[in-house]
Design a protein around this ligand. Structure first.
Ligand code: NAP
Length: 252
């Protein structure tokens, strides 16, 4: 390991922002934070920030070697499986420490009506009986719903999105969480939503839509998480940060 531990923090979540702030307070560490570059106005980060990806696992390996990185801290979203797999595999290959934050999924509660789907394609297949659909899955995977016709969609995403399924109406909302339960209930009622489509992202910032659906007795097509690498993960920022400081529980 180098004298000053070099860390690559993979971001794209609020937890990554907190980790960036915690790590940057430590003068003894050298930290580079990396973003995919999907969001035009990301939350402010300290220190060196790079954007736009590495060029797959191979590109990432080159970066890690050239920069003599000692640790990857992976605080990407639970559904960002490509970058997580690249990072994990690259670390395994190069003998670099890998720590992954994986916030717990939302549990299904009493009175929830969840229709589970293994991926967005399966979620899109479960829509025959619904007409007024609230799509809250971000913008990248909307194409799976592009084939559905004669629907009324409400699409919420952080960035603007192109989505025009045949013979359907689409209302777009550009907004970033957190959202309150009162506001979500209002939204469901205003658009007379019949079903919500959501990823099981976990965390507090976007949970109100799930609680709103439960309160209104509406079904949620819940997309389950992709499987992550087989290694120890941390459920919260503090746990990961403490383990990092103690040099514990990495995946190499
Ligand atoms: P993905 O499918 O795992 O990644 C696609 C490609 O984007 C990766 O192969 C990588 O390109 C690049 N990339 C992703 N995260 C990166 C990072 N932190 N730094 C540098 N390059 C990164 O991820 P995604 O689902 O498109 O998500 C993109 C970003 O948005 C992630 O950082 C994630 O944390 C955040 N996000 C995702 C979701 C979601 O639902 N998927 C929700 C909220 C936030 P190269 O192969 O060229 O390195």
């Amino acid at each position: 390991m180098t004298e000053v531990p070099r860390i690559l923090l993979l971001g794209g979540t609020e937890e990554a922002v907190r980790l960036n702030h915690l790590l940057s307070e430590r003068a003894e560490l050298s930290v580079v934070t990396s973003l995919a570059g999907r969001t035009s106005a990301p939350t402010a980060l300290n220190g060196e920030v790079i954007t736009g990806g590495f060029g797959g696992q191979e590109g990432l390996e080159t970066f890690l070697t050239e920069k003599s990185v000692d640790y990857i801290i992976d605080a990407t979203h639970p559904f960002a499986s490509q970058i997580t797999n690249s990072a994990f595999m690259a670390c395994q290959k190069l003998g670099i420490n890998y720590l992954r934050l994986d916030r717990p999924p939302w549990p299904e509660k009493q009175d929830d009506i969840w229709i589970k789907a293994r991926n967005v394609e399966e979620a899109a297949d479960k829509h025959e009986t619904y007409s007024r659909i609230f799509l809250s899955i971000g913008r990248q995977e909307l194409t799976a719903f592009q084939q559905l016709s004669n629907k009324q969609f409400l699409v919420r995403s952080i960035e603007a999105v192109a989505f025009n399924p045949p013979a359907s109406t689409v209302r777009f909302i550009q907004a970033r969480g957190p959202f309150s339960l009162a506001a979500e209930l209002e939204l469901f009622k205003e658009y007379q939503i019949e079903v919500l489509v959501s990823k099981n992202s976990g965390g507090d910032a976007t949970y109100a839509k799930i609680a709103a659906a439960r309160e209104l007795g509406l079904p949620v097509i819940m997309i389950e998480r992709p499987e992550g690498p087989n290694c120890t993960t941390f459920q919260d920022v503090d746990g990961l940060f403490q383990a990092f400081l103690l040099g514990r529980n990495t995946c190499t």
